[in-house]
Design a protein around this ligand. Structure first.
Ligand code: V47
Length: 372
């Protein structure tokens, strides 16, 4: 099929993508600036199908947020609460373990565990939580704690990030989710999350995790105060670390949801920019295998469209999502496995249930085996 490219800036990029060559920072900025979303989609889909054909991955997972108490007070966030806020909650260990087993009967393969930066919960408490989960759910992968949580716990425990990660790994942590990266540019980061670790510290924590053999995801928060250069810089820095460690599994672009945050005057992102962020990522991140269209964030309909614009993954069943719903998300809090299958098929793609590390999962009734 001969696709007409309206934007002349995309012609040399097209040649490079077709030849499988790496795109530069300048190319990234041009991709973010182009209004030619269909040409962008064509190129991103070319790469997506080269890597994965029509396969579209999802998993059966459950989110657990043990606490929303957070000392950071980031302007981007509607989830974190001060310790004395009457609306704040902190689960006991028993509650975490009980919550993990609740919800739908479908056997989960992953717990996705993240929370606020609590001023009192200790590293030992989190290790106990992990050990208790592993004991009760030995077959479930524990994807737990953002780089920000790891760095915070290391500082509070007065030990290195390496030792913190080693202790958590030994307690049962299998990999790390991609949150907390936000945007690496210091000017913008200072405004949206000034009490968090900076971009270099986020990358260094990921580097150490990868060196210890732990895989992780990575994210970028867009649609607030950042510009095209900031976004491209973020992707290029993730790509450089990936060249070094090969530790990132999936990249997830996260659209800023402003409701109930101090930045609620900022308008919501459009479907156009959500799709564009998927496509540019697929083209720039030539060394990260998977691009996730997080359906909670994008809405299921836009996530379906994203599957033709570079994304090959939709995330999972989730069961109970809080971070985006506190910030005004109108999507449901979870989705059944059968609904995800249908969503992917209706988008003209081939669903593949995966575990956290993208090994196919085969189900018989309510049990599952990971095919290695
Ligand atoms: O770290 C917080 C972002 C992240 C808001 O690794 C917000 O598989 C938008 O990282 N509007 C948490 N975004 C979510 C996350 C994630 C989600 C799904 C899958 C994976 C994975 C990771 O959400 C936070 C922050 O970057 N966030 N507040 C907000 N108001």
């Amino acid at each position: 099929m001969q696709v007409v490219f309206d934007d002349p800036r995309l012609k040399p990029i097209r040649d490079q993508v077709e030849a499988g060559q790496r795109l530069s920072f300048e190319d990234g900025v041009a991709l973010y600036r182009t209004p030619d979303i269909l040409a962008l989609g064509y190129l991103a889909n070319l790469v997506r199908e080269r890597l994965h054909g029509s396969k579209t991955y999802f998993n059966v997972n459950r989110h657990i947020n043990p606490t929303d108490v957070c000392v950071a007070s980031c302007r981007l966030c509607a989830f974190g609460k001060r310790v004395r806020d009457p609306k704040a909650y902190t689960m006991s260990l028993e509650e975490v373990w009980q919550r993990a087993g609740e919800g739908w009967s479908e056997a989960v393969t992953e717990f996705h565990i993240v929370g606020g930066l609590h001023p009192e919960l200790t590293l030992d408490w989190f290790c106990e939580m992990l050990r208790g989960l592993k004991q009760r759910f030995p077959g479930v992968h524990l994807k737990a704690f953002t780089m920000v949580e790891i760095a915070y716990l290391a500082r509070r425990s007065k030990i290195s990030i390496r030792e913190t990660l080693e202790r958590m790994r030994d307690a049962g942590m299998d990999s790390l989710p991609g949150g907390g990266a936000e945007i690496f540019n210091e000017r913008v980061r200072r405004i949206i999350c000034d009490h968090k670790i900076d971009g270099n510290e986020w990358l260094e924590t990921a580097r150490i995790a990868h060196q210890l053999g732990l895989r992780s995801n990575c994210t970028m928060l867009y649609g607030h105060l950042e510009n095209e250069e900031d976004r491209t810089d973020h992707l290029v820095r993730l790509r450089a670390l990936q060249d070094e460690t090969q530790g990132f599994v999936t990249y997830i672009p996260l659209a800023f949801h402003p409701d109930n945050t101090p930045l609620q005057h900022i308008p919501r992102t459009t479907g156009f920019s959500d799709i564009k962020n998927i496509a540019v990522a697929r083209l720039m991140l030539d060394n990260i295998p998977h691009i996730k269209a997080y359906w909670v964030m994008m809405t299921p309909r836009m996530a379906q469209i994203a599957l033709k614009f570079g994304a090959d993954d939709l995330d999972g069943t989730i069961v109970e999502e809080r971070i985006y719903h506190d910030a005004g998300a109108t999507t449901s809090q979870g989705m059944r496995r059968s609904e995800l299958l249908q969503l992917i098929r209706k988008a003209g793609r081939e669903p593949v249930e995966r575990d956290t590390l993208y090994r196919p999962v085969q189900r018989t009734e309510s049990t599952f085996t990971v095919l290695v």
